[in-house]
Each structure stands twice: as C-alpha cells, then as structure tokens.
Design a binder for this molecule. Structure first.
Ligand code: HEC
Ligand code: HEC
Length: 353
C-alpha cells in the first residue's frame, strides 16, 4: 500500500474512533452554565486531540476503599507487592522499568503501561485482552509472575481484617467480601486517576500563551506527518490497535505478539493498543518491550517505522517539546492508612514458589 493511501485510511479511522462529541456542541452545552467573562476565553480549538475532563467522583467511600486496595501489598503472596509497586503514582503511574519485576524477582515479559487515564482505553492491556478496568484488576493479583496470589486467598485475607470487613460492609452492604467487590472498588479508584489541565489542554481551550513556538511547531509536525492518525482523542491513543512496524519492521526484544493472542488472527500479529501519550514525559522507557529509553528515541523510531519519515534533529526536538506539554495535573492524595492484620490473617510468604 502506498503511504498516502495508508494515511488516508488512518485519518478515516481516527475520525470514526474519536470518542468525544463534536467540539461545537460541547462548547454550547458548557457555556450555557458559565459566567460571561469565562465564556470569552473558552473557545475550544477544533483539533484531533481533545482536552481531558477532570474525574467526577460520585461514590467517595467506594473510591477510598479502592485506593486502600490499590496500595495494599497484602494482596500479594509476598505481602510486598501492591498495584502501586508497578504503577507508582509518584512516577506517572508506571515503574519506569523496561519490564516489570514480580513475585520472587521474576522478570515480566512486557513494559508496564501507566494507569493514569487508563479509563479512556477501548480495552485494557497492550493486546486488549481485558474489556475494562474491573476485568483487568483481577489479573495481576492471580498472575504467578506478578502478585502470585489467588482470588480465594485475597478474599480470605481481607475477610480476616476487621477494618476491611467493616468498610466493605459500608460500601457494598454485604457481610461477605468477594473478588467482584474487590475489583469493582479498585476500578472505581482508577477511574479517578485522570490528569487534566496540561499546558496543551489549556492551549486547546483557547489560551495562546500556554505553549511556546517550538512546542506549537512540534504539534503541527505531529499532525502533518501523521502521528495524530493513531494518537488522537483525549488520551492521544488508547482508542485503536495498530501494527507496530507498519512501514519498516520493528525488532522487539519481548516475545509477545500482541493482538493476535486475543483474536487468533495472523493479521493481528504485532498489533498493539496505541498507548496514550498523556504524561509520556513521565512514563519512560517506551514501547511494549521498553526498548526506547528516551522520547527522542521513541519519536525517531515512530517516524521511521510507522510513517517512513526521518525527522531532522530540530524536528525531533520540536515533537519531543510538544509531547512534554501533555503532562497534566497528577492525582494528589493522602497515602491511605491500611487497617492492620488480625491474629488470624494469613502471613506473607515472600520467598515461596
Ligand atoms: C508486577 C508488576 C505489576 C503489578 C503488581 C500490577 N501490574 Fe498492572 N500491569 C503490569 C504490566 C506489565 C501490564 C501490561 C501487561 C500486558 O499488557 O500484557 C499491566 C497492565 C495494567 C493495566 C492496563 C493498562 C493499559 O493501558 O492497558 C492496568 C489498568 C493495570 N495494570 C492496573 C493494575 C492494578 C489495579 C494492579 C493491582 C491489582 C496491578 N496493575 C498490578 C504490571 C503490574
Ligand atoms: C500507525 C499508527 C501509529 C502512528 C502513525 C504513530 N504511532 Fe506512535 N505508537 C503506535 C503504537 C501501536 C505504539 C505502541 C507500539 C509498541 O509498543 O509495540 C506507539 C507508541 C508510541 C510511543 C511510546 C509510548 C509508550 O508509552 O510506550 C510514542 C512516544 C509514540 N508512539 C509517538 C508517536 C509519534 C511522535 C508519532 C509520529 C511521528 C507516532 N507515534 C506515530 C502507533 C502509531
């Protein structure tokens, strides 16, 4: 396929997969409730990238419980690994490692994606094998190479901790804890991990001074060279699966083959969920195998193997400068205080097989 035809096809795809409603409509419905002074500055630009909206928290008690579970290492066999170990909220929701370290220092096959804004993904995991955050959350607890527990043991453990029994009772109005409640609460907490108000979002909302000339040039290149065909919408990604190595092959160091593991189709080999570029400055190293250590490297590879384009050093710097404007307000929270184990709580087993 010729590159121009390919880009045309991708642009169509970008339009159909965009998940925000028409910007004009959005503006109208919002400006109706805003004071006149604010209306003047909120001229939303019509761009393939959309601003992130802050999370709306409806069930505070559920979110608080989910936060505790997210930070609780007792949901792992070792008593040492929590969700936050690999999706560290002090480091952009990732571990900044090439591939994650799980139970007994086992080496994971793949790079840990950020949990920030993961509620915007069309499905979870690089290959999309979990349909949503709730389904995803059950995975790592029982994965022998990650938290190495079982769902039964996790429930038994929580049930032995009076503080948790009370809190589950308050949130779910039941006396017995089950894994469905655990994953529901974790997902509710994850829904709140959005990062609005990046400098780029302020620019999208009409503030000309929010980004500088170099960053703006980078964004222009991002669009004109075709990056935004795959990285678009509010997350600049997360809304389609695409082949890694479209124009030139990518030699991954990870053994995984991507989307074909889910669909069984040969055509989906080496297709991966397009990662979000939100907070990408914080979530190094890059790609599913974590082989690109810097943004400059990732941009160079993307240009070459997805678009058949070699950027000059200056162009590369401009795109990288643009990507750094996508760092938003990070979730700020108090560390949760976890309820203490009781005398009957199963004890951690850090060195067991
Ligand atoms: C040992 C490290 C490790 C632990 C612990 C861990 N994860 Fe992950 N997580 C990963 C890796 C690696 C992936 C990517 C796996 C894949 O795509 O095949 C991932 C994927 C995800 C994703 C999908 C993101 C996306 O963009 O597709 C979410 C959400 C997530 N984890 C949340 C959690 C939650 C919640 C917990 C705790 C219950 C948790 N993780 C525990 C390493 C970890
Ligand atoms: C054909 C679709 C497509 C195009 C075009 C595209 N990308 Fe990507 N991008 C992807 C996919 C798929 C991945 C993940 C691939 C992997 O890890 O195997 C990715 C990954 C990335 C990453 C790494 C993110 C992370 O967290 O690991 C960056 C940065 C990136 N792209 C930037 C760009 C830039 C800049 C351009 C334009 C020069 C571009 N992309 C063009 C599909 C695309």
């Amino acid at each position: 396929m010729k590159l121009t035809t390919f880009l045309g096809a991708l642009t169509t795809l970008a339009v159909t997969t965009s998940c925000t409603p028409d910007t004009e409509q959005q503006n109208n419905s919002k400006s109706a409730q805003k004071p006149a002074a604010e209306q003047e500055i909120s001229v939303m630009r019509n761009e393939p990238v959309k601003p992130l909206e802050p999370a709306i928290i409806t069930d505070t008690a559920m979110v608080e419980l989910g936060k505790k579970l997210y930070f609780d290492p007792r949901l792992s066999l070792s008593g040492f690994i929590s969700c936050n170990s690999c999706h560290n909220l002090s480091m952009g929701g990732s571990d900044n490692l090439k591939s994650s370290i799980g139970h007994k220092w086992s080496r994971g096959p793949i790079n840990s994606p950020t949990v920030l804004n993961s509620n915007l993904n069309l499905a979870q995991f690089w290959d999309g094998r979990a349909k949503d955050l709730k389904e995803q959350a059950g995975g790592p607890i029982a994965n022998p190479g990650e938290m190495a527990f079982t769902h039964e043991l996790a429930v038994e453990l929580l049930q032995s901790i009076p503080g948790y029994v009370d809190e589950f009772h308050q949130v779910f109005a039941t006396t017995s804890i089950d894994i469905d409640q655990v994953t529901t609460a974790i997902a509710a907490f994850e829904e709140t991990l959005v990062t609005p108000d990046s400098r780029f979002d302020l620019w999208l909302k009409g503030d000309d001074s929010a980004i500088n000339e170099t960053e703006l040039k980078g964004y222009a290149l991002f669009k004109s060279s075709g990056c935004s065909a795959c990285h678009n919408g509010p997350a600049l990604g997360g809304n389609s699966f695409q082949k890694m190595g479209l124009v030139a092959p990518y030699k991954a160091t990870s053994p995984v083959e991507g989307r074909s593991a889910v669909t069984g189709k040969d055509a989906d080999r080496f297709s991966f969920k397009v990662p979000t570029l939100r907070n990408v400055e914080l979530t190094y190293p890059y790609f599913h195998d974590g082989e690109a250590e810097t943004l400059a490297e990732a941009v160079e590879i993307m240009g070459r193997i997805q678009l058949g384009r070699t950027f000059t050093e200056e162009e590369n710097e401009q795109i990288v400068a643009f990507l750094k404007t996508l760092t938003g307000t990070q979730p700020r929270m108090e560390l949760p205080l976890l309820p203490p184990s009781s005398d009957t709580t199963p004890r951690p087993d850090p060195f067991s097989d």
